[in-house]
Design a protein around this ligand. Structure first.
Ligand code: LLP
Length: 421
């Protein structure tokens, strides 16, 4: 669900007229919809239940969007969190997500972060998703110092090729992520690694923006097989995140529904795991993008036009420091004017940053746009604000939320110059 539509030739998001919103708030800004967020989370969670999965735990990937208010909304829906740093852990706890619903991923956890995570509650966090044996050794040592038992989940590298952008594909040997099956199984025989740690789960995460789920299916089969080989009564199997969204209209027909995705997860587990044992570990998910991408847009204003022979540049007040995806991954995002009119001009929509890659879209068919016109970059809720920077010494943009009652709440102020200087 995205909820972006024209009414009387004016673009509305979550039923609010964007030209009115932009009268009250200075561009550029992110605008989120609580309705869409709640619906996306609920559909995901209910989809897992409907597929017959027992006590699913949905751990929202904070890296996709760590905004406090959005996290509080998710916490109220009983969401857990997938975190990758001490900062994200503090943010998740502060938003009301309990430690027993937090999984800690990432290849570079530091001693300080591990010690903090072990101490946040009696049992620490739900699990450390461990990516190397050296990391396990360190966690075990930290737990010993604190007189605790660390809850460990190995992130398995299932050696599959996820069909997605090479920068966000993570499930093969050439990637820095996860441990190979043989190393996981060998580690279980090394008693000294487990003096203050227990293996409670196994996880995978093979990549992001997945639309083709064949590799996912394969990876869950490998996950099941390794889980059975451990011969341990694991508490959970974590199938990671990665489910994509349709950024481009061509992706819409490829887009798996939540029902299809959950059908694949549950069906593969049924065939590869449940059919072979009585044991029923719960299933953990780590979605980010699918929950939040379509719950947010990025609203910009046209500063001016510039013509270089056949090239028409529409210069906007948002830049790659605010929204990185097009410059970093050549990612496609829809660009739509707030005032509906006939698209007649091939345009390059560019920001003010001194980099050629500071371009939100080239050769897009747009209506003629002039200074002061508003433009929306679609599907900006995931990996938008969270990947932003102060490049070119620009302040971070404002974030707004359309609450259920359609009131607008400022959920993050635009960063003032005083903070930058
Ligand atoms: N779990 C782990 C261990 C991850 O590394 C990630 C994402 C997720 C879950 C959530 O994946 P999602 O459901 O959001 O696909 N900046 C890139 C995406 C990087 C994803 C990194 N890991 C982008 O803008 O496309």
């Amino acid at each position: 669900m995205s909820n972006l539509a024209y009414k009387n030739k004016k673009l509305h998001f979550s039923n609010l007229d964007l030209s009115k919103v932009a009268r009250d708030y200075k561009t550029p800004f992110y605008l989120y919809s609580e309705d869409v967020l709640v619906e996306n989370y609920t559909t995901f969670y209910q989809g897992a239940k409907a597929a017959g999965l027992r006590k699913p735990l949905v751990c929202f990937a904070l890296k996709s969007n760590p905004n406090r208010e959005l996290l509080r909304t998710l916490a109220k829906l009983d969401s857990g969190a997938d975190i990758v740093s001490g900062g994200e852990l503090r943010r998740a706890l502060e938003a009301g997500i309990p430690a027993e619903k937090i999984v800690f991923s990432g290849v570079g956890k530091t001693e300080e972060e591990i010690t903090y995570a072990l101490g946040v509650s009696k049992k620490g966090i739900y699990s450390f998703n461990v990516e190397s044996l050296e990391e396990l050794e360190l966690i075990n040592r930290c737990a010993k110092k604190l007189g605790k038992l660390a809850r460990i989940c190995f992130r398995l590298n299932p050696v599959v090729e996820a069909l997605t952008h090479k920068h966000i594909s993570t499930g093969n040997k050439t990637h820095k992520f996860g441990l190979l099956e043989k190393d996981i199984l060998a580690s279980l025989r090394q008693k000294r690694l487990w003096s203050h740690s227990e293996l409670v789960g196994l996880s995978i995460h093979i990549g992001s923006q997945l639309l083709d789920l064949r590799a996912t299916k394969k990876a869950i089969a490998v996950l099941s097989s390794v889980a059975l080989k451990t011969k341990l009564p694991l508490e959970f199997l974590d199938v990671g995140g990665g489910l994509g969204v349709d950024y481009h209209p061509d992706e819409t027909r490829k887009l798996p529904t939540i029902e299809e995705y959950m059908g694949i997860v549950a069906g593969t587990l049924e065939k590869e795991f449940y059919a072979k044992t009585e044991h029923r570990p719960r299933v953990v998910f780590e979605p980010g993008r699918r929950i939040i991408a379509k719950a947010g847009i990025f609203v910009m204003k046209v500063l001016r036009n510039k013509v270089s022979e056949k090239n028409l540049f529409v210069i906007v007040d948002g830049g790659m420091n605010d929204f990185m995806r097009p410059s970093l991954y050549e990612a496609y995002h829809g660009l739509v004017p707030v005032k509906e009119s006939r698209a007649t001009k091939l345009s390059h929509v560019v920001g003010p940053i001194c980099e050629t890659s500071d371009c939100f879209g080239s050769n897009r068919l747009m209506p003629p746009l002039k200074s002061g016109d508003l433009l929306v970059l679609k599907d900006a809720g995931a990996y938008g604000y969270s990947m932003g920077s102060n490049y070119n010494l620009r302040g971070r943009p404002l974030e707004l939320l359309i609450k259920k009652d359609k009131r607008i709440k400022v959920i993050n102020k635009a960063q003032p110059y005083e903070e930058l200087l």
